[in-house]
Ligand binder design. Sequence first.
Ligand code: CP
Length: 323
Amino acid sequence: MSSGFSQRDAHGRLRHLITLDGLGRDLLEELLERAEHYLPTAGEGPRRGTDLSGWTVANLIAEPSTRTRASFELAAIRLGADAINLDMALSSRAKGETLLDTIWTLQEMQVDVFVIRDAEAGLQEQVAREVGPRVSVISAGEAHLSHPTQGLLDALTIRQSKGGFGSLSVAIVGDIRRSRVARSAHRALATLGVPEIRIVAPREMMPDAAEFSGARRFESLDEGIAGADVVMVLRIQLERTAGHAPTDLDAYHREFGLTSMRLARASPRAIVMHPGPMNRGVEIASEVADGPQSLIRRQVANGVAVRMAVLAHLADARRRRAT
Ligand code: CP
């Protein structure tokens, strides 16, 4: 986030959600509590609300997405909003229109929230600086830098399973260097008080030394997950490798693929997470992805609840600004 820009309003309330950087523990816990409220109870259909009645949410997703795009759309609809998904490849951006012209066009159609995923760093902030005073921007993924709702849903999943954060060892494994999921998970978990965060990656996938402050670094999977309570596996971000992708994925699986045998080195009660999409047989074996320690499907369910919580929180803040 560049200097002079704040994702909060003049009263300190959250107006945009572009990054978890700078957000305090109380706010993150409030969002997690709210997300719990939106989780369906067993045997019942999805939770619904009216927090966004009369609102319009526009998804502008310019990179591939299944989970984030669908869950933001469902979250908006289940809170009573109108929701549109603009296919960015087929939008007038493909004819040379700037994204800001697209934003101003949609703003004239009374869009209240723009949910934006883009490969360009800084784009969400650029839009947030330009939108009208009642409009909010939420990042659905910014380059390799930030994926704030993913960080929140990962934290929610850990809290549900472990009951808190205070004594945990969390290992984030894989292509950390190019991962916005890892950066937002690290930010969320450090803020929420996880005492030990490990990043586990081959040397070429390790982030620069200045990043991931406080995290322990491991270049061996076996050492990095030993005794861990949470093992969070990431795919190789092939779309960001710029031709430097590992070519031998079998070799990567042998060195860094999470198999049952390897998982046995973690705590016996360890949970396994993966943000998706998974590359089975590369970073994770199917026996682990579908195994008893996997919470990967729970993460997806939590994603809808977290996005409902964020949207409802921003709507509350706007209502307070108006009174
Ligand atoms: N985890 C995640 O962002 O998944 P999608 O790319 O499918 O949205």
